[in-house]
Design a protein around this ligand. Structure first.
Ligand SMILES: CC(=O)N[C@H]1[C@@H](OP(=O)(O)OP(=O)(O)OC[C@H]2O[C@@H](n3ccc(=O)[nH]c3=O)[C@H](O)[C@@H]2O)O[C@H](CO)[C@@H](O)[C@@H]1O[C@H](C)C(=O)N[C@@H](C)C(=O)N[C@H](CCC(=O)O)C(=O)O
Ligand SMILES: Nc1ncnc2c1ncn2[C@@H]1O[C@H](COP(=O)(O)OP(=O)(O)OP(=O)(O)O)[C@@H](O)[C@H]1O
Ligand SMILES: N[C@H](CCC[C@H](N)C(=O)O)C(=O)O
Ligand SMILES: [Mg+2]
Length: 485
């Protein structure tokens, strides 16, 4: 593709060299540069892509795109494009390279601290069950119709993202549902995509290792809605204290969902049990296979977005009643000894509080709650003591363990967690860094009627230690223990 076409949507400051140079491939990683590549230098968290411009040219890059003054010498065989902001240019160029696929599909983005995977996945399932070719980009994996692809991120980098959207368009998909993480908004991974609508779930503490404070975290999320164009929808949870803030400056049509007050989409809960709940959405009663008030919020967002995208109310309600939980989100496994394990991806204080209160509500005192929980390494440290406190508050017994320690010492993470407890709480909690042993111990403590919550890793089938992912699957561990009972 010609360079002039590729950079049509970019804010170019200066071009030096042939603006019609033929580009054979695009990348922001010098390690992937081949002859004819366009290399975009982006400043990152660990390093700055600008330091690799020389290396990219050595590897025969034809075009270099950058946003900081260059100190390197200029080569006549290379075209140099200075742009206002490289991260935005990367997203624009990626979109152009793949033929602007977001303009050829109805793309819906879901953002918020918790619930994104659940909502995006259920929307994808509803549209598939309604007969529409559709795609999904989520933490658990990506789908192009029924074809599954592994993933590495909640929201992929712009090149991978646009390549998936292209695959979807080529496969005839009419709808695409994707999670939009705050990292992605901040790093402009979704810049330039045309969304048909955006959904906000909630905002509670997470990622304070990345965002300097909650206000900045909120404003990053809000900027996603600020950028939605007219003729799209912005659907928000008006029960969340930041729900309406998200819509303050959007040009999109505004819609709300709520369990507590007047809203476009409303729900009530009548009964809660381990296999599901009896609820009402906009006055129509239905049984769903989801547990917890938080999941009713998720279902309401899913219902609202389905209606806004044009599906029939009756049809959506019918499908909602047959949908099953998403992998690793409140997945229940019954033991032959009549106690239950719940594998759940709660890895934030709010998620843990919600899951524990849902379990306690369903149990209503008939059985004990034993929680196995840890916190991820190289992530928000301030959530550790809070999660430990929430675990102790909502459980009868707690076994603190490792999550993904990444590059931290598991014992340091555990000590950060334990710092949230009183001396008495500390002495009654168990600390077993080996997650397999921790799960075994929790199961050994359980009596008929009890519930073991295994929190934090949900669908993950690995444990990441010092840059290496070792196979580990909470559900598999529980099933092994239960089958030996
Ligand atoms: C903190 C963070 O978000 N980092 C992301 C970021 O990497 P980075 O800024 O650290 O990149 P860097 O290593 O500093 O490199 C800067 C630039 O130099 C380039 N480079 C680097 C080395 C080299 O030899 N040559 C070269 O050209 C790199 O390709 C890059 O363009 O940009 C990369 C490319 O898009 C991402 O893969 C990477 O995700 C890392 C692996 C990550 O763990 N991210 C997590 C925190 C994340 O994004 N999570 C959210 C979900 C959060 C949630 O919802 O809970 C997600 O959307 O997945
Ligand atoms: N609406 C909600 N409100 C609060 N907690 C929720 C909600 N939905 C799900 N959770 C909790 O958060 C966990 C993660 O849910 P989900 O994977 O849907 O969120 P996510 O936003 O995609 O998370 P991530 O940021 O890791 O991608 C669930 O396992 C559950 O414990
Ligand atoms: N998307 C989240 C997932 C956290 C999952 C938890 N198991 C952990 O490793 O901290 C993150 O990258 O922060
Ligand atoms: Mg997710």
């Amino acid at each position: 593709m010609k360079l002039s076409k590729l950079i049509e949507g970019c804010k170019v400051i200066n071009i030096r060299g042939d603006k019609d140079a033929e580009v054979e491939s695009i990348t922001s990683d010098s390690r992937n540069v081949v002859k004819g590549s366009l290399f975009i230098a982006v400043e990152g968290i660990f390093t700055d892509g600008h330091s690799y411009i020389g290396k990219a040219i050595e590897q025969d890059a034809t075009v270099v795109v950058y946003d900081k003054p260059l100190i390197e010498e200029y080569f006549s065989r290379v075209t140099y494009v200075q742009v206002e902001e490289s991260s935005e240019a990367l997203a624009q160029i990626a979109s152009e390279w793949f033929g602007n696929p977001s303009q050829l599909i109805k793309l819906v983005g879901v953002t918020g601290t918790n619930g994104k995977t659940t909502i995006a996945t259920l929307l994808y399932r509803i549209f598939r069950l309604s007969g529409y070719p559709s795609g999904l980009l989520s933490t658990v994996g990506n789908y192009v119709n029924d074809e599954f692809y592994q993933t590495t991120h909640t929201t992929l980098d712009p090149i991978s993202l646009n390549s998936y959207l292209r695959k979807m368009v080529d496969a005839g998909c009419e709808y695409a549902f994707m999670e939009v993480s705050s990292h992605a908004i901040h790093q402009k991974r979704v810049h330039g995509l045309l969304f048909a609508g955006g959904i906000f779930t909630n905002l509670t503490q997470d990622h304070l290792d990345y965002h300097s404070n909650m206000l900045e975290y909120r404003n990053v999320k809000k900027s996603f809605f600020d950028n939605l164009p007219k003729d799209t929808f912005a659907l928000t949870n008006s029960d969340d204290k930041n729900g309406l803030v998200m819509l303050q400056n959007t040009k999109a049509k505004k819609y709300t969902y709520s369990l507590r007050s007047m809203a476009d989409f409303k729900a009530r809960i009548f009964e809660k049990h381990f296999d599901g709940s009896e609820i009402e959405i906009n006055g129509k009663a239905l049984s769903v296979q989801f547990v917890g008030v938080f999941n009713v919020y998720n279902l309401l967002a899913v219902y609202g977005a389905s209606i806004l995208l044009g599906l029939e109310e009756e049809e959506v309600l019918k499908i909602l009643s047959v949908l099953k939980p998403v992998a690793g989100r409140f997945q229940t496994i019954r033991s032959p000894k009549d106690y239950t394990a719940v594998v759940d991806y709660a890895h934030t204080p709010d998620a843990l509080t919600n899951v524990l209160s849902s379990i306690n509500e369903v149990l209503s005192g008939n059985g004990k709650v034993i929680t196995v929980v840890g916190c991820g390494g190289n992530r928000d440290k301030t959530k550790r003591p809070i999660m430990a406190r929430e675990a102790v508050k909502g459980s009868d017994r707690v076994v603190f363990t490792s999550d993904n320690p990444r590059f931290e010492d598991p014992m340091d993470i555990l000590n950060d967690m334990l710092a949230g407890l009183t001396e008495e709480e500390k002495s009654s909690a168990l600390t077993i860094a080996d997650r397999r042993e921790a799960i075994k111990t929790a199961c050994a403590l359980a009596q008929p009627g009890d519930v073991i919550l295994i929190a934090g890793k949900g669908h993950e089938d690995y444990q990441e230690v010092k840059g290496v992912k070792h196979h580990f699957d909470d559900k598999e561990e529980v099933e092994k223990i239960f089958s030996a009972l």
